[in-house]
Design a binder for this molecule. Structure first.
Ligand SMILES: CC(C)(COP(=O)(O)OP(=O)(O)OC[C@H]1O[C@@H](n2cnc3c(N)ncnc32)[C@H](O)[C@@H]1OP(=O)(O)O)[C@@H](O)C(=O)NCCC(=O)NCCS
Length: 323
């Protein structure tokens, strides 16, 4: 059978770093509160002229370099984003052009913070079905553009950035010892739309809108659903929590990550953490964490990784892969 294996990773973070203390004279909040309730210490914000596609292009270029490939060796580009440059065309086609790729196809996936997990599952299915040999999968976001800067319950949480992974087809035995994506588990439940949404859009207000969230309710769903989806994905892959070398969680809140690891009975030294430095970068958070950990040489060939995320929709899911 065919599997989708990881050939390279890369990321890009905008230059501007904003510490928690930046919010202190604008809002009734403190560095201490933000650290204690979320684990976030700082985040990156894109420059005024930088768009989501610019971040995606830089992350994509870094992943191609890491993979030792050129853009014209790709068959497809998938970008997970909820903060596109324009209503259309897709960010993915802009990234395709920016990378100088003149063949293949490109499209966006919108599953908010679960977007990268959805995109990986999509690319995996595409590769296994023989529709593509090599796919560049990117998570890229500029959530700073949809913040309500007067809402202390949301604007301190999010940041901008992009991460990318190059997936490549490889022949495999169909066993849990194979390299590559072993299993995926996707879920959504639209009845929860009011817990986390943006109050604008093309067909409603004609504006981009601002992010609205009932944080404590999202928190409860996250803790329950993330461990469940991770377990389901492991089960489908013929593995158990004891086989996991690295949990690469969506970086929304350290307390959610700790609760998920605990439910999975994983020690925190098996968890990749970037939330302190990146904040919640939505669909970009998992590929950013993956790329940072890979660049640090922490992920070794043969190791088992579980990536999991939840976001607006609600939409959530997990991917199990062997490096
Ligand atoms: C947002 C979040 C950090 C708030 O923490 P919490 O412990 O749930 O806190 P609550 O929302 O219950 O609010 C507790 C108090 O803190 C206050 N508060 C909220 N944000 C604050 C801030 N930045 N600074 C200081 N106080 C703040 C609230 O107003 C509330 O005050 P009140 O009791 O006077 O009404 C937390 O709910 C969370 O992380 N939720 C998940 C969010 C998430 O990850 N979303 C993305 C998923 S993709």
């Amino acid at each position: 059978m065919r599997r989708a294996i990881v050939r390279g990773t890369g990321h890009y973070l905008p230059e501007r770093v904003v510490e928690n203390s930046w919010f202190e004279d604008k809002l009734d909040t403190s560095d201490e509160w933000i650290r204690a309730r979320t684990g976030i210490e700082r985040r990156h914000f894109a420059a005024e002229e930088q768009r989501t596609s610019d971040l995606g292009i830089l992350a994509g270029r870094a992943a191609l370099e890491n993979a030792g490939l050129s853009a014209d060796q790709l068959d497809a580009v998938i970008v997970a984003t909820s903060t596109p440059d324009l209503t259309f065309p897709s960010v993915a086609t802009m990234v395709q052009a920016g990378l100088g790729m003149r063949r293949g196809f490109a499209y966006d996936i919108q599953a908010v913070c679960a977007g990268f997990v959805y995109a990986l599952a999509n690319a995996d299915a595409m590769i296994r079905a023989g529709l593509a040999e090599r796919v560049l999968v990117i998570g890229a976001e500029t959530f700073s553009r949809i913040m309500d800067w007067t809402d202390r319950g949301t604007c301190v949480l999010f940041g901008d950035g992009a991460g990318a992974v190059v997936l490549e087809a490889a022949e495999a035995e169909g066993a849990s010892s194979d390299r590559g994506i072993l299993a995926t588990d996707l879920n959504s439940d639209g009845q929860y739309r009011d817990l986390l949404y943006v109050d604008g859009g093309v067909a409603s207000t004609g504006t981009a809108g601002h992010l609205r969230m009932q944080g404590n309710l999202v928190f409860r769903h996250a803790v329950e659903k993330l461990a469940d989806t991770a377990h389901h994905a492991l089960d489908k892959g013929g593995l158990g929590p004891e086989d996991v070398d690295w949990l690469v969680p969506h970086q929304a809140n350290l307390r959610i990550i700790e609760a998920t690891a605990k439910r999975m009975q994983l020690p925190m030294d098996k968890v990749v953490l970037t939330v302190a430095d990146h904040g919640n970068t939505s669909a970009a958070s998992i590929p950013l964490a993956l790329s940072v950990a890979n660049a640090q040489g922490r992920i070794k060939p043969g190791q088992v990784l579980v990536a999991e995320a939840i976001g607006g929709g609600l939409a959530w899911g997990a991917v199990v892969l062997r490096w």
